[in-house]
Write a protein that binds this ligand. Structure first.
Ligand code: NAD
Ligand code: ZN
Length: 589
């Protein structure tokens, strides 16, 4: 009954289980009148168990004894982050080749952190080669006498799927000593020689066994993201291949050649500023059924635009393309990443906006920036505007397989645009370097990019060619700097502008950053110096004519980006950045 984001833990667990859509019926079985009433009051189904029981499984056996059911899944009440994929996995073993041998199935998750492995609150399980459980224990099993032996530790998750008959069979079996000693109920089945098939699921959220867990869970819920035991330290992919240098674009044909699959075209998504650039088009060297699609970067990429391009490609070609080649600024690079992902994943791109929702590896994709600053060429995200939100598809499959950095391609960029996009990089550095998430990894990239930006935007001694090469690398480093940390206030507020007014990322950041001296004094001072040095005009007063509704939406969108605020202002950010404060800031712009 403890509170988890405004609802009792048990109610959250009940809803999460129901929302998977995997079950005909979901019940809470309890001997507590308080829990029973709470569930019924909220329109759920609860069963009052009449008898005293030693464990939850017995209680469930009693509840289903007279029900006509096939498979019963026991989800523990303290598992509010129960995921659909975990339940799907535990159910799937009943369709496997050894289904006949299985009395019950349960889940386990890989564990790596020795502190957790040796924590008695975490139940470990060891399995045979077919993933049948050998033993469960609160001790680390196996004991690592030989530290070099490659063992995988598994943590047991309290989710069970029983055949009804198995559940009833065990109902009357008395507890034996090992179960009594470890206080782990599934040991009873092993003690009576039953077969427990374990399925692996690494998508686990957090269980709530201790008051500290509850605090952590409340935090996770607020951030609307799941931290798992396995991503305490992030293990993110980097672009595996990159080529740099003036004229390196000419090597594209030879880079692509080994990736070409029979009859499968390369699809080029190219910024339409290059529509009449015959030289560039010739250098692309299109072969066979390769296809060139010009895309406007006037508006930022939309999920629907991604869906349409994917549909057209699938309609036109029998074979899945050999690869997607994106040539342009952040808009085209993001679009290309998203198209590559959606060619192998079902449904609409809008279903994948968020963190780690992509299921299948994207097709081979190459990014070739023609304007520098966003870091989109190196990042793990593709920012899309969808029907409900502006949010990236963040996944391990998003980054490019290959990047071509040819500074000459950025030769034609108009000064204002060069500044806006370049400042995106500068702001990435300022926000990352002044953020609470900063670590040495981010810092090493951020500092390099910051220094490059100062040189590029404030020095009189660089040639244009030198400046373009440096900005290309600044963009790369700035992107790497936020990979492990986060952006901050300017980005949160710029997303609000983008969503409500369609203001583009680069210029939106500049409009906001110009007024953030209270939060980033040194960065804003330098920004103003750079702006003056290059005679750049930043629009003013763009929020003065907003309706109340628009302002509310803008504030909602900005405040919804919790990690950005937390990075900028720390855990206490909500007290510092109130709605009124944010409104004042927007009005100042
Ligand atoms: P952009 O891609 O929208 O391009 C800006 C303008 O410059 C366009 O008009 C384009 O046609 C023009 N342009 C590009 N190359 C040119 C060239 N060589 N010569 C002349 N004109 C050229 O701008 P951007 O600032 O690079 O990208 C902004 C987008 O990037 C936004 O959609 C933003 O959400 C996204 N973004 C993504 C990430 C990420 O990590 N994925 C990070 C930051 C921003
Ligand atoms: Zn940015």
């Amino acid at each position: 009954m403890q509170d988890l984001g405004g609802k009792p833990v048990i109610q959250r667990t009940y809803e999460a289980t129901q929302e998977t859509g995997l079950f005909d019926e979901v019940y809470v079985v309890t001997d507590s009148k308080i829990i029973f009433k709470e569930i019924e009051l909220n329109g759920g189904k609860a069963i009052m168990s009449i008898k005293e029981h030693d464990c939850g499984t017995d209680r469930i056996a009693e509840a289903v004894e007279n029900m006509d059911v096939d498979i019963v899944v026991n989800v523990q009440g303290d598992e509010p982050f129960t995921s659909k994929s975990g339940l799907e996995q535990v159910l799937s073993v009943f369709n496997g080749p050894d289904a006949d041998k299985i009395d019950l199935a349960s889940l386990m998750t890989e564990m790596y952190d020795w502190k957790e492995i040796s924590d008695p609150n975490a139940v470990k399980v060891i399995v045979d080669k077919d993933n049948f459980a050998l033993y469960f224990s609160r001790s680390p099993i196996p004991y690592p006498r030989d530290k070099n032996a490659a063992v995988q530790y598994y943590k047991h998750k309290g989710i069970y799927a029983f055949r009804k008959q198995a559940l009833l069979d065990f109902y009357n079996l008395p507890m034996r000593s090992m179960e009594a000693a470890e206080k782990i109920e599934c040991i009873r089945y092993l003690e009576y020689g039953k077969n427990i098939k374990m399925a692996i699921s690494n998508t686990q959220g957090i269980e709530i066994d201790t008051p500290e867990d509850l605090v952590r869970a409340n935090k996770v819920l607020k951030e609307d993201k799941t931290i798992t035991v396995n991503n305490k330290y992030r293990n993110f992919p980097m672009v595996p291949k990159v080529i740099f240098g003036r004229g390196s674009f000419d090597q594209l044909t030879s880079i692509l050649a080994p990736k070409r699959k029979d009859k499968a075209p390369f699809i080029y998504l190219v910024d339409d500023v290059f529509k009449n650039d015959e030289d560039l088009i010739n250098r692309m060297n299109l072969r066979f059924n390769d296809k060139l699609i010009f895309v406007s970067a006037e508006e930022e990429p939309k999920t629907q635009q991604v869906d349409t391009i994917v549909k057209n490609i699938k309609g036109e070609f029998t074979y899945s393309p050999s690869g997607i080649i994106g040539i342009g600024g952040g808009s085209i690079l993001d679009l290309s990443k998203a198209v590559a992902i959606m060619l192998t994943n079902k449904g609409s791109a809008s279903e994948y906006q968020g963190w780690d929702l992509v299921k299948n590896k994207a097709i081979y994709h190459v990014g070739i920036p023609t304007i520098s600053g966003t870091g989109a060429e190196v990042s793990r995200t593709t920012v899309l505007t969808g029907p409900e939100k502006k949010l990236g598809i963040n996944s391990d499959f998003t980054p490019f397989d290959q990047v071509v950095l040819d500074p000459d391609l950025a030769a034609g960029v108009p000064t204002n645009q060069w500044f806006y996009t370049g400042m995106d990089c500068f702001i990435h550095c300022v926000e990352s370097l002044n953020g609470t998430f900063l670590n040495e990894f981010s810092k090493s990239y951020g500092e390099k990019a910051f220094d490059l930006c100062k040189e590029i935007f404030l020095s009189k001694h660089l040639t244009e060619e030198e400046s373009r090469g440096k900005l290309m690398m600044a963009s790369w480093h700035g992107g790497m700097s936020i990979a492990y940390s986060q952006v901050g206030i300017a980005h949160a507020m710029s997303y609000g502008l983008g969503y409500v007014l369609g203001t583009k990322h680069g210029i939106g950041n500049c409009i906001v950053f110009n007024h953030l001296d209270e939060y980033y004094p040194e960065g804003v001072r330098l920004f103003k110096e750079m702006k003056a040095f290059h005679n750049i005009e930043i629009p003013e007063g763009i929020c003065s004519k907003l309706t109340d509704n628009q302002m509310t939406t803008m504030i909602d969108i900005a405040l919804s980006l919790v990690p950005l605020w937390e990075n900028a202002l720390g855990d206490d950010w909500e007290r510092i950045m109130t709605r009124d404060k944010l409104r004042d800031l927007y009005l100042k712009m």
